[in-house]
Design a protein around this ligand. Sequence first.
Ligand SMILES: C[S@@+](CC[C@H](N)C(=O)[O-])C[C@H]1O[C@@H](n2cnc3c(N)ncnc32)[C@H](O)[C@@H]1O
Length: 454
Amino acid sequence: MLFDVLNCPRCERGALRQDRAGYICTRCSSGYPVIGEIPWLFQDPQDAAGEWRARLTLLLGELREDASATRAALAAPDLLPRTRERLEHVAGALEDHGRRLAGLLAPLDIHAGGADRDALRALRTRLPVSQALTTYYVNIHRDWNWGEVENHATLDLLDAAAGGPMAGARVLVIGAGAGRLAYDLHRRHAPALTVAMDLNPMLLSVAREMYAGRTLELYEFPLAPRGPADHAILRSLCAPAPADDRLRIVAADAMRAPFRPGAFDVVVTPWFLDIVEEPLPHLAAHINALVANGGRWLNVGSVAFGFMNTRRAQQFGLDEVLEIVQGAGFAAPGVRESGVPYMQSPASRHARLESIVAWSARKLADARRPASRGLPAWCVDPAQPVPLLAELQSHARATRIHAFVMSLVDGKRTLGDIAQVMVEQRLMQPADALPAVRAFMLRMQEDAMRRTNL
Ligand SMILES: C[S@@+](CC[C@H](N)C(=O)[O-])C[C@H]1O[C@@H](n2cnc3c(N)ncnc32)[C@H](O)[C@@H]1O
């Protein structure tokens, strides 16, 4: 049944069939692996695996650094006994957390990369930068441990807006995360097929374990811990029952979704539209392409386009969003709105209440799809020169100055010495040099200390 909806994400025209090592396109012969039992259907699967591998390497390194800094803090002579206890607890949890995540993501084969961690940090990667492995880590615990009330609130609101049955339908959940909503929908409505798609292998690996009926133990690190043990809690995650084999997981990018046009009767976007870097009109056209004529687009989640989007023109309000949906070939959506609890971990003093929106919009017509987010030719062909744009030139100069100032830090020079060099090199005026160098060095120290990826 999964094969009936799949399409090659590279040529976008060929069907996929099972191959010895994974999946293969019947038209262009592109191959796609299965990683950790999950079909890995990215347009460039090796690239995507490499990027996630790099992010995992960074994350595990940061966890190790955090654990040893926490242990080092134990050397301070004047610690309260409670502080000592907390530090010991957290350090042990961080070490164990790293081992558990490495185990969960072992199929990514972290040792295959072997890249320098500072080089990884400097070069970053092409998957959306906002989507780190642990960006939605807390959702895992909400989905599969303490989130009963909020999981149901979201599901009930979606159902109230759904505008029709889903029994026997083909359903796609885009940005399914750790997979709870897809699981609940599947159990409640018995579709013929439910595909839970996401691009984050950590979340999908959790979904895989849950759907298989296995139990997984992972740490939660609440933002505002209530008691001493709440700084790091080892939670036991499991689904109420194993899922049937009509609930399937696919790793892919929604902007290059590996599905045939019109493959789904229902496409669901839970807490997704406003966290995507792609402008909503483009995303809506991509979603239109996946919905069968007469099928439905169901959405549920926040309307907070200002959160991710720095461009004012794309910080849409609900009225604009509904117009965009209709502009993308859908009928006027039937909308429901409700206040729901959000991320109310019992171990945290922080909790949110969100007013969220659900809608159902029936597809009336095909929308014109925007050109895919293709890579420029110099990026695809390693033999082509990288163009030297004016902006890049100026950025390169700033980066050289940045590296030059950093190279002056040798553990002996003072801020005054460094400022003096900047003046001698005619990079700054004497009056500006000291405050600028002070602010820069403070920022560098803070950046170096910050755990970027936890
Ligand atoms: C706010 S989270 C919501 C997750 C889940 N629906 C929930 O309610 O817990 C957004 C999800 O979208 C996924 N995501 C972001 N960009 C994506 C893309 N281009 N393609 C597929 N999934 C994406 C993220 O990995 C994340 O799991």
